[in-house]
Design a protein around this ligand. Structure first.
Ligand SMILES: NC(=O)c1ccc[n+]([C@@H]2O[C@H](COP(=O)([O-])OP(=O)(O)OC[C@H]3O[C@@H](n4cnc5c(N)ncnc54)[C@H](OP(=O)(O)O)[C@@H]3O)[C@@H](O)[C@H]2O)c1
Length: 398
């Protein structure tokens, strides 16, 4: 658990950005890490019955699909009933962690992955090049930066008649070099609007679908990050996550009559990302407190490790993108391959040993999972309730 990298990580130094302005390297350790850090059950026909009834109620099925709905494993000749394929939605499955997770799950033959992506063609190409076989995935359009698109996605998903057993909120944008804020369709700052508010609406709407599933272990997973946790070295690299008193969020994050930042401060793209991750981790815990006992659904978050090669860093300066992977590999030793990170998230989706709810999972150097501690802010019960209440209003649920 190594704070050993601390001395090696510059807290902030600057590099000229392609000869023009200077861009800060202050975030280089954010994702850095080693700073420290089926179920067997009988299938019964109720899922099919639900699906039939749902289709009858809703008329013809229409969805943007490239493959058929999950199949059901027939009873063996000996009369043994076997578990049907699990049905999992993964947002942002067109690259990086989401794609690696989709691949890891599909490869088991036990999961049908609904890849919820904003770019259909990119997702299709990604699935093909990852070698995911057609019968194991469906692509459905979802743009988390538009609440209309989120609602449309939920509608399309329901019309497809597929059950929902696990929801993985994975997609994210990270805009560390942005000088000015950009906004979602509804006018929320893009990082928090996409990473938190889009997922918040999606999760709230799909809770009902998760709750209907007859799958033995239903799970809702929101991908977190070390960078939002100020109890870690990486989380202490400026700018630090801080939601303050939520005045910017309450004001709508529109940059006009309110700040584009949750705490009401000046815009900072790297901080907006970290703040959004704090919201992700708070939201997971609030879901757990509100719904776990009644529904039995497992709510979890995780830090998969520093996957320094993903598209998450696409907006960073070229030099950062060049140096970040070797820096993580050889200096902090926090580097995790996309494949390994995908296996980790796939564990949180399907491992029978990871059913505990309200947990933030991490992995040690030997790739063994453990329950990690969240920072004070990322586990603040009162703040979680407030973020929930304000978010509910912003996405039109209250
Ligand atoms: N990389 C790391 O070191 C690291 C560390 C800790 C946590 N994480 C977390 O891991 C998750 C995945 O990140 P990644 O590293 O795999 O990055 P990535 O390769 O950039 O993947 C992000 C995914 O999100 C999608 N996305 C972005 N905006 C969207 C929108 N408006 N609607 C729908 N999808 C959208 C992207 O779609 P396009 O393909 O269309 O762009 C892409 O598929 C994030 O939650 C991130 O916070 C990453």
């Amino acid at each position: 658990m190594a704070l050993q990298a601390a001395a090696l990580v510059p807290s902030a130094f600057t590099i000229p950005k392609e000869g023009k302005s200077s861009a800060s390297f202050k975030d280089s350790s954010l994702f850095g890490v080693s700073f420290s850090e089926h179920v067997k059950a009988d299938f019964n026909s109720s899922a099919l019955r639900c699906k039939r009834e749902y289709n009858q109620r809703n008329g013809a099925v229409r969805a943007q699909t490239t493959a058929s709905a999950p199949s059901v494993t027939r009873a063996s000749p000996e009369g043994k009933k076997t578990l049907r394929k699990g049905s999992v939605i993964v947002t942002g499955a067109s690259s990086g962690l989401g794609l690696a997770t989709a691949k890891a799950l599909a490869e088991t033959g036990k999961w049908h992955v609904i890849m919820a992506c904003r770019d259909f063609l990119k997702a299709e190409r990604a699935a093909k090049s990852a070698g995911i076989t057609k019968e194991n995935y469906t692509i459905m359009h979802l743009d988390l930066a538009s609440l209309d698109s989120v609602r449309q996605f939920v509608d399309n998903f329901r019309r497809s008649g597929q059950p929902l057993d696990v929801l993985v909120c994975n997609a994210a944008v990270y805009l560390p070099t942005a000088k000015e804020p950009t906004f979602t369709a509804e006018g929320f700052e893009l990082s928090v609007g996409t990473n938190h508010l889009g997922h918040f609406l999606l999760s709230r709407l799909l809770l009902e679908d998760l709750n209907k599933s007859d799958y033995p272990s239903r799970r809702h997973i929101i991908v977190g990050s070390i960078t939002g946790n100020t109890n870690t070295l990486a989380g202490n690299v400026p700018p630090k996550a801080n939601l303050g008193d939520l005045r910017g969020l309450a004001g709508g994050l529109n940059g006009l009559n309110s700040s584009a930042m949750i705490d009401g401060g000046d815009f900072d793209g790297a901080k907006a990302y970290k703040d959004s991750k704090v919201c992700n981790m708070l939201t997971m815990q609030e879901f757990h407190r509100r719904y776990h006992e009644d529904t039995g659904i497992t709510f979890a978050s995780l830090y998969p490790g520093c996957i320094a090669t993903t598209g998450l860093f696409r907006e960073h300066i070229p030099l950062f993108r060049l140096l970040f992977p070797p820096f993580q590999k050889y200096i902090t030793k926090g580097f995790v391959s996309e494949e390994e990170a995908g296996k980790r998230l796939a564990q949180v989706v399907s491992e029978p040993s990871l059913t505990k709810s309200g947990v933030y999972w991490s992995w040690n150097k030997d790739s063994a999972s453990f329950e990690n501690q969240l920072s004070q802010e990322a586990s603040d019960v009162e703040k979680a309730r407030k973020v929930w209440d304000v978010s509910e209003k912003l996405v039109g649920l209250a």
